[in-house]
Design a protein around this ligand. Structure first.
Ligand code: NAD
Ligand code: LMR
Length: 332
């Protein structure tokens, strides 16, 4: 058996972590042969709650889970980790946009960037879930200059999963038959959920979703806005932000990053932009990617029409504004 892998989850006493820890610890992310040591970080007032989570992890009796390290000390949390799920941050409430959380959350990601830089493995793979995820990931990377920028990503997989679920419901097919829906840009209401490359695989055939759903109004209005606003719809109903589906998406993201994407399949993740598709450089922008040998690569050369370009411009502009605001908050 392999040596245990050290994995940190921040916000470990919170809602998302409560679902995520079990998914990780039972081997669904890093593989069924990969023993794990889980580092659980939260803030001092949450240590009693965290102790309960630690008890429950023990009571799950999971063979791959070799040790659990609960802590409120970022040094302990980040030392020697190979994977980091940065979940710990304040969630938004009804009526807020995710960028309204910048003032409350962005400094967390500066501190954690610095700690990752000093104590984590240099090839650590970092997934930022805490909102606003793209800009928090950018700030985290900025404060971890000795770790490659490619190792900092933001979660838009939940939006991709939502998009594929909407398409499956419209077509009345199982969601597992739908793939390659793309999320461009920010994990915010300016994101561009794009069905242009999505496909349905059934009975050995692969069909483009846009060939089956010849209803442009549904694709450009109903589908698009329902995915953009799904997070707010969950908050309105639950009075708390999505947690189970966010945990599942975080697991999907990290699993594909560690173990690779299936040939022919595209996934979406927020990664450092190199300006592909005329997007602004040096923001964490969600692109279609494929992953091989632990390295993501933006899928280039997709046909992007005028409508799509205008959507990419809008979400790119918001990311530039968020970057500016985040830097102001940090320097204040
Ligand atoms: P929650 O309030 O239930 O849990 C957050 C936890 O983080 C709390 O236990 C809190 O004490 C902890 N925390 C706060 N500051 C911390 C710090 N400096 N270090 C370590 N832990 C810290 O919230 P949740 O529902 O788990 O959501 C967490 C974040 O994830 C929110 O910002 C939410 O908006 C975001 N989110 C993102 C996505 C996405 O798709 N990217 C999806 C869902 C939620
Ligand atoms: C989501 O998309 O569900 C999360 O980002 C939580 C939110 O604030 O919408």
């Amino acid at each position: 058996m392999a040596e245990p892998l050290r994995v940190v989850v921040t916000g470990a006493a919170g809602q998302i972590a409560y679902s995520l820890l079990y998914i990780i610890a039972k081997g669904d992310v890093f593989g069924k042969d990969q023993p794990l040591i889980l580092h659980l970080l939260d803030i001092p007032v949450m240590m009693d709650v965290l102790e309960g989570v630690v008890m429950e992890l023990a009571d799950c009796a999971l063979p791959l889970l070799r040790d659990v390290v609960p802590t409120d000390d970022p040094i302990v949390a980040f030392t020697d980790v190979s994977a980091a799920f940065l979940v710990g941050a304040m969630p938004r409430k009804q009526g807020m946009e995710r960028k309204d959380l910048l003032a409350a959350n962005v400094k967390i990601f500066k501190v954690q960037g610095e700690a990752l830089d000093k104590y984590a493995k240099k090839d650590v793979k970092v997934l930022v879930v805490g909102n606003p995820a793209n800009t928090n990931a950018l700030i985290c990377s900025k404060y971890a200059p000795t770790i490659p920028k490619e190792n900092f990503t933001a979660m838009t997989r939940l939006d991709q999963n939502r998009a594929q679920a909407q398409i499956a419901a419209k077509l009345k097919v199982p969601v597992g038959m739908v793939s390659n829906a793309v999320i461009w840009g920010n994990h915010s209401s300016t994101q561009y959920p794009d069905a242009s490359y999505a496909v349905v695989e059934r009975n050995g055939t692969v069909e483009k979703v846009t060939d089956i759903i010849a209803d442009e109004k549904w694709i450009r209005e109903t589908f698009l806005t329902s995915v953009q606003k799904r997070g707010a719809a969950v908050i309105a109903a639950r009075k708390m932000s999505s947690a189970m589906s966010a945990a599942k998406a975080a697991a999907d993201h990290m699993k594909d990053w560690f173990l690779g994407t299936t040939p022919g399949k595209i996934i979406s993740m927020g990664v450092i932009s190199n300006g592909a598709y005329n997007t602004p450089k040096d923001v964490i922008f969600s692109f279609p990617v494929i992953i091989e040998d632990g390295k993501w690569k933006i899928v280039e050369g997709l046909l992007v029409d005028e409508f799509s370009h205008s959507m990419l411009d809008a979400t790119g502009k918001e990311l530039l504004e968020e970057r500016e605001e985040a830097l102001k908050i940090i320097q204040a």
